[in-house]
Design a protein around this ligand. Structure first.
Ligand code: PLP
Length: 397
């Protein structure tokens, strides 16, 4: 008999994954060209050429015993040092290898941090809508995910609601910007105010509150929008980064955590996170990919490719009469469901082989997410289907 906790996780298992599996079935039935699968954030852009070059270079020229062996649970020292220096050049910081912990993607890094900090019953605040897996990650350690609101139409955090949600049980606040699912990049003003609230609450409650900045989409920003570096605003910030989207390597499971010296109890946190990485069973991040990542820090994914899809979809759907948030980053379009029950809308979309994800998967009913990290053809061929959906709802009249 599986555990009661797992029964709960399985029951509430990811709607996104379910849709992705459904997409594969429909593709087998109707032919892949007739299925428009916007369900999963799986990049369609191939990894930059530097990745292949780095893999070959490492395999051909580095010592295989070292490349494929165990190392410090936090990762290879030289890799961590290279990443620290890369960050220092960008953000005028003074990180060293001591501040970097290599992880099994952003998901692995978040689990390391939540395991490091949470006692059962501790609270983790995040803003709706949010990446639905946060609920499971926090639940893994008996934590409670507390939702703070954002304000429509911009989907920026509602600061009064945020302040009201902070209690003496609050350990961590998760921020994800550029945001999955809205594509919003939180403004500098919002971040300054969030930092002010957190400093005030820390002083009032006499306890540290850590900010965990979940940043798999850091490099994916459009129209020259700058993504603020959160440790520059709030000292108790830990950054979780991933190469899944920035280098199109989601299956390779590689990322890192930045644990700045300035966070409260730095030495304890760094040593606990190192242990958490080991005892969660990751042991260490994939060794070859650590070395590849360090060689590809300047490599860029094709942001223009996603931008083309963004413009195409946003312009067409707005024209059709849908209400959409114009994405400033990531590769998701957040669209208001034309009927209250967005699951019914998702169902009508599926009848046209359009696979999109209900907002309730992100803690926000009444909206849907379209992942546009697909081919240009998929977007173009899907547009008439979206138009016919709009017509069915009498939009744009
Ligand atoms: N956080 C957010 C907001 C995401 O969208 C994702 C993946 O889509 C992750 C974390 C997990 O990323 P990774 O593949 O690096 O574990």
């Amino acid at each position: 008999m599986i555990s009661e906790k797992m029964q709960g996780f399985v029951k509430n298992s990811s709607a996104i994954r379910a849709m992705f599996e459904e997409g594969k079935k429909l593709a087998a039935q109707y032919g892949p060209e007739n299925v428009y699968d916007f369900s999963l954030g799986n990049p369609n852009v191939p990894a930059p050429a530097e990745v292949k070059d780095a893999i070959l270079d490492i395999i051909n020229n580095e010592n295989p015993v070292l490349v494929h062996g165990y190392m410090n649970n936090s990762g290879f020292e030289d890799v961590r040092k290279t990443i620290a220096e890369h960050l220092n050049a960008q953000y005028h910081s003074r990180y060293s290898e001591k501040n970097i912990l290599m992880t099994v993607g952003a998901a692995g890094g978040m689990n390391v941090i939540l395991k490091t900090f949470l006692n059962p019953g501790d609270e983790v605040i995040t803003f709706t809508p949010y990446f639905g897996e946060y609920r499971s990650y926090v639940g893994n350690y008996g934590g409670v995910l507390v939702e703070a609101a954002t304000k429509e139409p911009a989907f920026e955090p509602d600061l009064a609601d945020f302040a009201a949600k902070i209690t003496n049980k609050t350990k961590i606040v998760i921020i994800n910007s550029p945001n999955n699912p809205t594509g919003v990049v939180y403004s500098e003003r919002t971040l300054v105010e969030i930092a002010e609230i957190l400093y005030e609450k820390q002083a009032l409650l006499k306890q540290p509150i850590y900010l965990l900045s979940d940043e798999p989409y850091r490099e994916l920003a459009y129209d020259g929008v700058k993504v603020p570096w959160l440790p520059g605003y709030y000292l108790n910030t830990i950054v979780g980064y991933s190469f899944s989207k920035s280098l199109s390597l989601p299956g390779e499971r590689i990322g890192y955590l930045v644990l700045p010296n300035e966070i409260t109890d730095f030495e304890d946190v760094a040593s606990a996170a190192n242990t958490a990485n080991r005892i969660l069973g990751f042991v260490n991040a994939p060794s070859l990919m650590q070395r590849v990542a360090a060689k590809c820090l300047d490599a860029k994914t094709d942001v223009a490719f996603y931008d083309e899809n963004r413009q195409l979809l946003y312009n067409a759907l707005t024209e059709d009469g849908f209400t959409c948030v114009k994405p400033q980053g990531a590769f998701y379009l957040w669209v208001k469901s034309p009927e209250e029950d967005e699951k019914a809308f998702v169902f009508k979309a599926k009848e046209r082989n359009l696979l999109i994800v209900p907002g309730s998967s992100f803690g926000c009913k009444g909206w849907v997410r379209i992942a546009y990290c697909v081919s240009h053809e998929t977007v173009k061929n899907a547009l008439p289907k979206f138009k016919s959906l709009a017509e069915e709802y009498g939009l744009g009249k």
